[in-house]
Design a protein around this ligand. Structure first.
Ligand SMILES: Nc1nc2c(ncn2[C@@H]2O[C@H](COP(=O)(O)OP(=O)(O)OP(=O)(O)O)[C@@H](O)[C@H]2O)c(=O)[nH]1
Ligand SMILES: [Mg+2]
Length: 328
């Protein structure tokens, strides 16, 4: 069967032949693999390329293990929560981070564009949420730092491309994570009793939903999925549903915003304190100053579920949007 290779293949192949450093050769091979169409005629070629990649990788790994200090990447949490975007090559992770945050990661129609994780801050109403763009997740190369980043994230976004093969992309990512004992939070009960697992809140983001035909693909994708994922169809290019995505992310983070008021001053929403859902006035006092916890006498609250200036005690459970006047 003829292989019918696209012209890009020959471009990257040329780069492969010219590449000297192992990392460059691996990169070129991976790009070759990504542009080769998947059919019977290319089975052998793909298998051969994969073999070459893994050979080079194992050589590199051996080197890495001996060179000290190579611990990978770790991005400190900033803002009201840390959300990591993961997925197959070219699905639009970087485009989403560029559209949603102040960061400008490189976006290109070439798979394997992103090489290192890049954080950006996303504004949601009056708070900032951190999003992290990551290199594509692929079987041959899941590094420990990447898994740690996923395990530590408050929410994991599984990004797929509705115009490509979203079912496969999602399955590949989920299977890979499961092999590393990471699973979506909603499965935690199902997996009860298993040791060493990490469960993270997850959301499927079906990107490139630019038009009616993409929307049809999204419907098919939803129908084909056996599991009950929470998901949203968006377009990084047109901006479609990005506001919905932001709202969903805020809800997923399970946080509340609480404003403080000084006695005798007017009610106004200053910069909020961000607390976990279920937090009490005592938690708020502790966040302001630890002395406030001991010296707390009572507080007054203005909000949706209370009457204005209602007197509350330290065990009052705060709601998103509450304005609190602490009396110490
Ligand atoms: N039509 C359309 N194209 C998009 C959309 N989002 C991203 N793209 C395009 O898809 C290609 C890949 O986008 P990237 O953001 O670089 O993809 P990525 O997932 O970061 O890719 P890697 O870094 O290789 O893993 C680029 O050509 C983007 O312009 C979208 O919503 N609609
Ligand atoms: Mg990218």
């Amino acid at each position: 069967m003829p292989a019918n290779l696209p012209p890009e293949y020959f471009e990257v192949e040329k780069r492969y032949r010219e590449a000297k450093a192992p990392a460059e050769r691996i990169e070129a091979l991976e790009q070759m693999l990504a542009v080769i169409p998947k059919h019977k005629g290319t089975d052998k070629l793909r298998a051969d390329l994969r073999r070459r990649v893994s050979k080079l990788k194992s050589k590199q790994q051996a080197k890495k293990a001996t060179s000290r200090g190579d611990v990978g990447y770790r991005i400190d949490r900033e803002g009201a929560g840390q959300i990591v975007l993961i997925g197959a090559p070219n699905v639009g992770k970087s485009a989403l981070v560029a559209a949603l945050t102040n960061a400008a990661p490189e976006v290109s129609n070439f798979p394997y564009t992103t090489r290192i994780p890049t954080p950006g801050m996303m504004r949601f109403e009056d708070i900032q949420i951190q999003l992290i763009d990551t290199p594509p997740i692929i079987r041959e190369d899941v590094e420990p730092w990447f898994l740690d980043m996923v395990r530590r994230a408050d929410v994991v976004l599984l990004v797929v491309d509705v115009t490509a093969d979203p079912v496969q992309e999602l399955e590949d990512t989920v299977v890979l994570l499961e092999e590393k004992r990471i699973a979506p939070l909603r499965l935690a009960q199902l997996y009860e009793g298993r040791q060493g697992w990490t469960f993270r809140p997850a959301l499927v983001v079906a990107n490139k939903n630019d038009n009616a035909s993409a929307q049809e693909n999204f419907q098919i994708f939803k129908d084909l999925l056996e599991d009950d994922w929470s998901m949203v169809a968006v377009s990084a290019t047109t901006g479609r549903n990005l506001a919905v995505l932001k709202q969903m992310l805020f809800e997923r983070l399970q946080i509340i915003r609480v404003y403080t008021k000084v006695r005798g001053k007017a009610l106004e929403r200053n910069a909020p304190f961000v607390l976990k859902k279920g937090a009490t006035v005592e938690d708020l006092a502790g966040k302001i100053h630890k002395d406030f916890v001991d010296k707390f006498r009572f507080a007054k609250v203005w909000g949706n579920e209370v009457y204005d200036g209602q007197m509350i005690q330290r065990d009052y459970v705060l709601k998103d949007g509450d304005i609190v006047e602490l009396h110490v």
